[in-house]
Design a protein around this ligand. Sequence first.
Ligand code: G1P
Length: 292
Amino acid sequence: MPIKPVRKAVLPVAGLGTRVLPATKVTPKEMLTVFDRPAIHYVVDEARAAGIEHFVFVTGRNKAAIEDYFDSAYELEATLEAKGKTALLNQLKADLPAAGACSFVRQQAPLGLGHAVWCARDIVGDEPFAVLLPDMIMRAQTPCLAAMTKAYGKIGGNIISVEEVPMSEVSSYGIVDPGARKGELIEMKGMVEKPPVDKAPSNLMISGRYILQPEIFDALAEQTPGAGGEIQLTDAMLRLMDTSPFHALPFKGETFDTGSKTGYLRAFAAHALADPEHGAEVRQILEALLKS
Ligand code: G1P
């Protein structure tokens, strides 16, 4: 069977961001600034670098700012044009996904990540697709999803990005049961969502990037609540494993979990330090702060 390309990406953005309250009381957590752009901007850029053509945002109440962010801003553009700020204007235009390339669907109740992905089923249809969890900003020479689509192009099936975490952290994540190594990929024998340390099959965490076959929607439709009383994507993937192969791809790069206050700070500082224009000054500011 020919391997169908991955053209669509699902971005679950309905979460309330309770770990970073009060910042997220009014502003969606995905819109919190990581140096000079909202967190979601990095994740959409990563998807675009992997050749994604259509972005399906699974949103909720109070998330309208995300929809506005990926639309053109007529007044702003006209003002920049009138003031001759051409470089800024061109950058804003280049950042914008093509007309018709974004869809927004609401997850009407916070029933879990699996339920959020299932809400995208009609828009994704019968083709493989990517899922990117926007809490995780990934930085690498080859962006994470691009590395995954490359591996997928050779082997097909389902590909999950993984990375090692300290054993003390396994109960915060989905954890993979690894099988044989196949080049850069690892065959998957199983996976478990948020296991206690003594039940974790490894320290390989599911790091928030997935390429999935559309049959996952059938598994999700029947999925009963799991860890935390939520419909878990991990549980549905485990069931799909009986009929569809799963491989893990260890991520070669840095991951920033912006969903916690300190993780957000780390993401902000790292991206500020790496900025070509301001990085050196940022370093001086941080060093001075540490000395004071
Ligand atoms: C979700 C997934 C989990 C994954 C994690 C990565 O959990 O369910 O398998 O390891 O994202 O951030 P959440 O962080 O939504 O609890």
